[in-house]
Design a protein around this ligand. Structure first.
Ligand SMILES: C[S@@+](CC[C@H](N)C(=O)[O-])C[C@H]1O[C@@H](n2cnc3c(N)ncnc32)[C@H](O)[C@@H]1O
Length: 256
C-alpha cells in the first residue's frame, strides 16, 4: 500500500477541483438525490432518511458538498469534511449562493478531531469510502456516531477493480488482478488517466471489518448502470456496468 496516500490524494483533488464545478452545480440542483457515476435514483437505493429534521449528520469526504446539501434540504444539521481546500471552495460557494447553512470543515476523514457520539447519521459517496484506508475511516465513523446511529456509503464494487487493467485503461471482461488480499490500487503512475490511491476490500473482508468495529449490516446493494446509459465513466464502460456490478452501497448501524 502507498504510505503517503493522504497527501497524494489531497494534491490530486486540489488540482482536479476545477473540473468538477459544473458536475457539482448539476447535482446541487437535483430535485431528488441521484447517486454514483451512473445516477441511480434515491427511490431505488434509499440512502437518506426521508425526514432528517432534528438529526445531526456528517458527510465524510464531501467534495463539492451536494450530498450535504440534500441532507440539509431534508432538515438535518449538517457537517461536511474534506481534505481538499479547493473542493471545499466550490462547496462553500454553492452553499452561499443558495443560503444553505452547512458547516464545511477542512480535514482528514480518518481523524476528524470531532467529538465522540455527536452524529445520528454519517454518509460517504466516493469520498472517505474509497480514498481513505477502510479500517481508519470506519473506526472514525463509528466513534462519531451515537448508539444506533447509521452509516451509509457508496464506492466501487470489488469486481470493477478486478476487471480494470493495470495500465488504467477502461474495464473489460478479463480478470486483471487477484481478488485474494485486495486492498485497492495506486493509480498515480498509470498510463491512462492517472488519479490517486483508492481503497477496496473483498466482500468478506469488508464484512469482517464491520463486525470487528461494531457495525451491523442492514442492507447491501450492488449497482449497475441503467439500460439507457452509454459511454465510459470513471474508466468503466456502460456496456460493462450494465451487466456487472459497478458500485456497492453498504447500510450499517452502530452497535453498542
Ligand atoms: C469524488 S469526491 C467526493 C464525492 C462527492 N460526493 C462529490 O462528488 O463531490 C472525493 C473527495 O474525497 C476527498 N478526500 C480524499 N481523501 C480524503 C481524506 N483523507 N479525508 C477527507 N476527504 C478526502 C477529496 O478531497 C475529494 O473532494
Amino acid at each position: 500500500m502507498t504510505e503517503n496516500y493522504v497527501t497524494i490524494n489531497k494534491e490530486i483533488w486540489n488540482a482536479d477541483a476545477a473540473n468538477w464545478v459544473e458536475f457539482a452545480k448539476w447535482r446541487w440542483e437535483a430535485e431528488v438525490p441521484i447517486w454514483g457515476s451512473w445516477g441511480n435514483p434515491e427511490a431505488d437505493l434509499g440512502m437518506l432518511p426521508v425526514d432528517m429534521s432534528d438529526m445531526d449528520a456528517i458527510e465524510l469526504g464531501c467534495g463539492t458538498g451536494y450530498v450535504a446539501a440534500w441532507m440539509h434540504k431534508r432538515g438535518a444539521r449538517v457537517t461536511a469534511i474534506d481534505i481538499s481546500e479547493e473542493q471545499l471552495g466550490t462547496a462553500g460557494a454553492l452553499a452561499d449562493e443558495r443560503g444553505a447553512n452547512i458547516t464545511f470543515l477542512e480535514g482528514n476523514a480518518e481523524a476528524t478531531g470531532l467529538s465522540d457520539g455527536s452524529y445520528d447519521f454519517a454518509i460517504s459517496e466516493y469520498g472517505a469510502s474509497i480514498w481513505c484506508e477502510p479500517e481508519k475511516w470506519l473506526r472514525e465513523a463509528w466513534r462519531l456516531l451515537r448508539p444506533s446511529g447509521r452509516l451509509v456509503f457508496l464506492g466501487n464494487h470489488p469486481l470493477s477493480l478486478i476487471c480494470s487493467p493495470i495500465d488504467g485503461s477502461p474495464a473489460d471482461r478479463v480478470l486483471h488482478r487477484p481478488y485474494k488480499d485486495m486492498w485497492g490500487a495506486d493509480w498515480t503512475k498509470v498510463e491512462f488517466e492517472p488519479t490517486g490511491v483508492c481503497f477496496n476490500l473483498t466482500t468478506s473482508a469488508w464484512m469482517d471489518l464491520f463486525a470487528e468495529i461494531g457495525f451491523q449490516v442492514t442492507k447491501y446493494q450492488e449497482l449497475y448502470a441503467p439500460e439507457s446509459e452509454f459511454g465510459t465513466r470513471g474508466a468503466i464502460p456502460a456496456e460493462w456496468a450494465r451487466v456487472y456490478p459497478v458500485e456497492q452501497v453498504w447500510h450499517l448501524t452502530k452497535q453498542g
